[in-house]
Design a protein around this ligand. Structure first.
Ligand code: MG
Length: 248
């Protein structure tokens, strides 16, 4: 069941989402060669606490940290660690859920560490571009997979792959609500979009094959072929006009 939110509920999600945006702004200079992924976790936790909010990922299904940090061939759900030192040329996806008065905002960015390859930069840029192309269809009256289809078209058009095993999702008082939002699909299919739906749209894209596997820690998802992965996500509300992005 897709839960429609009132404008008051959407405002609470926006308040949380402002903290997501603040954190990513800060991480643009914080992420550099020599820091660890645990340093990112501490940074994120501190800002969220300072704003009086909650890092919703901590403890979610037993997740041990405040944020997911996925490096290079890690697609999603990487666990911050003091032993994972970021090196020049790495890329790291930071996926973050902030909770305020019970309402959540979910977003992700992939950062280059120091100087990265042209291919890595293209992958990061394509994830972002596919999001903004996809949300041209995130309006009342379109169907959900119109968004999915456009994301797939943009990503594959650049010669990259779209992850199949993980999708975007509705969000609100729960981190994962209906509907699931695949980053691939047929235009004209899926639920019809309605004002007040709040969706986390998140292209997860890879250099080559979209096949994934989960490491023995039961969390970290990597590409099976070792290719790089990038991830771009925002939470938005459907309106009768342009989508209202809550995490920018
Ligand atoms: Mg997320």
């Amino acid at each position: 069941m897709i839960v429609i939110k009132s404008s008051q509920e959407i405002e609470l999600m926006r308040k949380a989402g402002k903290v997501n945006a603040e954190i990513f702004e800060g991480l643009r200079t914080f992420v550099k060669p020599g820091i660890t992924t645990l340093d990112i976790d501490k940074y994120v936790e501190e800002v969220i606490k300072k704003r009086g909010m909650i890092a919703a990922e901590k403890g979610y299904c037993g997740f041990p940290a405040s944020v997911c940090t996925s490096v290079n061939d890690e697609v999603v759900h990487g666990i911050p660690s003091k032993d994972r030192v970021l090196l020049d040329g790495d890329i790291v996806s930071v996926d973050l859920v902030v909770q305020y008065q019970g309402y959540m905002a979910d977003s992700c960015r992939t950062f280059g560490v120091g100087s990265i390859s042209g291919q890595a930069q293209k992958l990061i840029d394509t994830a972002e571009k596919s999001f903004f192309e996809g949300i041209k269809y995130a309006k009342e009256g379109y169907r959900l997979f119109d968004i999915s289809h456009r994301i797939q078209e943009v990503v594959e058009g650049e010669g990259f792959g779209v992850i199949r095993d993980y999708t975007g999702h509705g969000i609100g008082t729960e981190m994962h609500e209906d509907p699931a939002i695949p980053n691939y699909g047929k235009a004209g299919k899926g639920p019809r979009l309605q004002k007040g739906m709040t969706l986390a749209i998140e292209p997860m894209i890879v250099e080559h094959s979209y096949e994934t596997e989960t490491l023995l820690n039961n969390w970290t998802v990597v590409t099976e072929d070792g290719g790089l992965a990038a991830h771009y996500e925002n939470t938005l509300a459907i309106t009768d006009g342009e989508p209202d992005i809550l995490t920018i």
